[in-house]
Design a protein around this ligand. Structure first.
Ligand code: PGA
Length: 256
């Protein structure tokens, strides 16, 4: 359990997935203006992960604001003959401060395994960035009562020995809740996050208490407050609702 006083600083991260043209930059300006107008809810970190093409321009626009820019995936090599891929070093050069690795859509669409995710996490650290490592069960696994086992196994195999609270964020995203409007019950979220916390502390000692654990999967302004108030939920990874500034700000507001 994360006790009062040791509660990690929350993070609300937007994952734009394969959405976002240059016109979408207006939404990012609106997010940073909205936060500035509120005096910025100082108690929360805010990150937006657009498609790679927009990272550089967004990093310029957001310089000096409360909003950081991240990437959605990377290769594990620093450079070389990997057509179409980008490395953490290239993403860092463009202005990214964090990289999502092991999202379930990457695992499903590109056959990414836990060991590939671990290689990517290590590569993100090599470049000096924060890795947001995603885990989560499928509908079938949940119905079969395997959720905790699956999540713990993914965690064990996807996280490297060099994991610290400064270089890694864990995102629990039930696959069946992503983009569906469905969410687990608050008790179910609490159970999984508590199991993840236990695993992090077992493996990484006291620092495991400070690793941020995000919940992701159909987070909206309407459900953010109740999800974010669960013990061991230290923020959100937001897909669809991160594309519109008003919705994203509504989620960040859970920490206002
Ligand atoms: P969603 O996506 O918020 O649209 O459900 C979450 C994610 O995939 O990170």
């Amino acid at each position: 359990m994360t006790g009062e006083g040791t509660r990690p600083r929350p993070l609300v991260a937007g994952n734009w997935k394969m959405n976002g043209l240059r016109t979408g930059i207006a939404e990012v300006r609106a997010v940073s203006a909205g936060l500035a107008a509120q005096g910025g809810p100082a108690a929360v970190d805010v990150l937006i992960c657009p498609p790679a093409t927009l990272i550089m321009v967004m990093a310029e626009i957001l310089k000096g604001t409360q909003v950081s820019v991240g990437a959605q995936d990377c290769h594990w090599a620093p450079s070389g003959a990997h057509t179409g891929d980008v490395s953490p070093e290239i993403l860092a050069d463009a202005g990214a401060t964090a990289i999502i690795v092991g999202h379930s859509e990457r695992r499903a669409d590109h056959g990414e395994t836990d060991s590939m995710v671990r290689l990517k996490q290590e590569a993100v650290h090599r470049a000096g960035l924060t890795a947001i490592v995603c885990i989560g069960e499928t509908k079938g696994q949940r119905l079969a009562g395997q959720t905790i086992d699956v999540v713990v196994r993914q965690l064990q195999s996807s996280l490297s020995a060099g994991t610290t609270s400064a270089n890694t964020v864990v995102a629990y995203e039930p696959v069946w809740a992503i983009g569906t409007g469905l969410t687990p019950t608050l008790d179910d979220v609490a159970d999984v996050h508590s199991a993840i916390r236990g695993q992090l502390v077992d493996r990484f000692g006291p620092d495991g208490r400070s690793v941020r654990i995000l919940y992701g999967g159909s987070v909206k302004p309407q459900n953010a407050k109740e999800l974010m108030s669960i013990d061991n939920v230290n923020g959100a990874l937001v897909g669809g609702a991160s594309l519109k500034a008003a919705d994203f700000l509504g989620i960040v507001d859970a920490y206002a």
